[in-house]
Write a protein that binds this ligand. Structure first.
Ligand SMILES: O=C(O)CCC(=O)C(=O)O
Ligand SMILES: [Fe+2]
Length: 343
């Protein structure tokens, strides 16, 4: 069950449990709960479990460490967002997971709160929507696929995705580095500096509602100075059109032309297929089904436990960060810095 806002990460409870219990969330209680142990690097897995995990069969033999795993019980989900870096390859190993995808220009409302470097969330709640009205602007832009064991999904850069586990499931993924990530580094750096400055001297319990739990904000003057030097370095490189010196292999980012894609599907149709677009009626039924989880008594959870003053401060801060850190606002700050502030 959920209220009208997406279930953000700070609302989760951290607990220690055996791997076998992660997938049986209600075994010790009747409470409705889902568990997830996700978005973690495979280095956390015991060595024998890591054997054979790499992306060589996809043509990327160099990818054998930068791999993330996701384990969850039914209903474990990640609110709709896009990743600011890379092109994602997802491999489903166990159980099924539903992926709902929308193109980068879909009319969703981007928010930077909760703040997490590399993820831009949207305000619309796919898990327990209060109503369908928030989705009318995107109802013709929705793609959906259910990943089953043995399937892989390529998520194109900056596509929005809402992902929900349908039954106990395990998958791995990697984000291939792209040449365009260098631009994202600049905008993510500007965003981080603004969030840091706006959150400076804000009490910890208010900050917890703004910053994602796994995100470390720089707080000391020296670390903030360091971020400014990184930003200046990146801006200067862009001004002088210098290539970033890096050991990292970056791939160019091109969509296949539609005839090349058709040829690929013709030739490899038994194992390659495009993700299907949902028709409006099916999308409506998907949202209506998820609406059954909506519980208005859970509304307002974003500020529960805060005093009236703290709530007001958190709302003000959230609105300010969301406005200042809109991707197009950040882009325009970057352009201004490049044009008017070169040394
Ligand atoms: O599996 C999930 O819950 C989210 C996955 C995701 O966001 C990603 O792979 O980029
Ligand atoms: Fe993602």
């Amino acid at each position: 069950m959920g209220g009208d806002n997406p279930q953000w990460e700070w609302q989760r409870t951290k607990m220690e449990m055996k791997m076998q219990d992660i997938c049986r969330p209600n075994i010790h209680s009747n409470a409705e709960r889902w568990n997830s142990f996700s978005y973690r690097n495979i280095a956390l897995l015991p060595q024998p479990c890591r054997r054979g995990i790499n992306f060589a069969s996809f043509g990327f033999p160099e990818v054998d460490e930068d791999i993330t795993f996701w384990i969850g019980s039914a209903q474990a989900h990640t609110p709709c967002h896009y990743d600011t870096y890379g092109c994602n390859i997802v491999v489903q190993v166990f159980g099924r997971k539903s992926w709902t995808l929308l193109p980068p220009d879909a009319k969703l409302t981007s928010v930077r709160i909760p703040y997490e470097e590399s993820s831009v969330y949207c305000k619309e709640n796919f898990y327990s929507p209060a109503s369908y009205s928030q989705f009318t602007k995107v109802e013709n832009d929705v793609y959906q696929v259910i990943l089953e064991p043995g399937m892989a999904l390529v998520v194109p850069p900056r596509w929005w995705h809402y992902v929900e586990t349908l039954e106990p499931a395990l998958n791995f993924n990697t984000w291939l580095s792209l040449e365009t990530d260098v631009d994202s580094l600049i905008s993510e750096c500007i965003t981080k500096l603004m969030v840091q400055d706006l959150c400076d001297e804000v009490a910890e319990n208010v900050k917890n509602r703004i910053i994602n739990p796994n995100e470390e904000l720089l707080t000391t003057t020296t670390s903030i100075d360091k971020s400014y030097s990184i930003l200046n370095y990146l801006l200067n490189q862009k001004r002088t059109k210098k290539q970033q010196r890096t050991d990292l292999k970056r791939y160019s980012c091109h969509y296949l032309a539609s005839d090349a894609f058709s040829r690929l599907v013709d030739e490899c149709g038994s194992f390659v297929s495009p993700v299907k677009k949902l028709n409006q009626t099916d999308f409506y039924h998907f949202i209506a089904g998820n609406h059954a989880r909506y519980d208005s008594s859970l509304n307002g959870g974003n500020y529960s436990g805060l005093t009236a003053d703290e709530t007001e401060q958190a709302i003000r801060l959230r609105n300010l960060v969301n406005v200042c850190c809109k991707p197009d606002v950040v882009k325009s700050i970057e352009t201004t810095l490049l044009d008017e502030y070169s040394e």
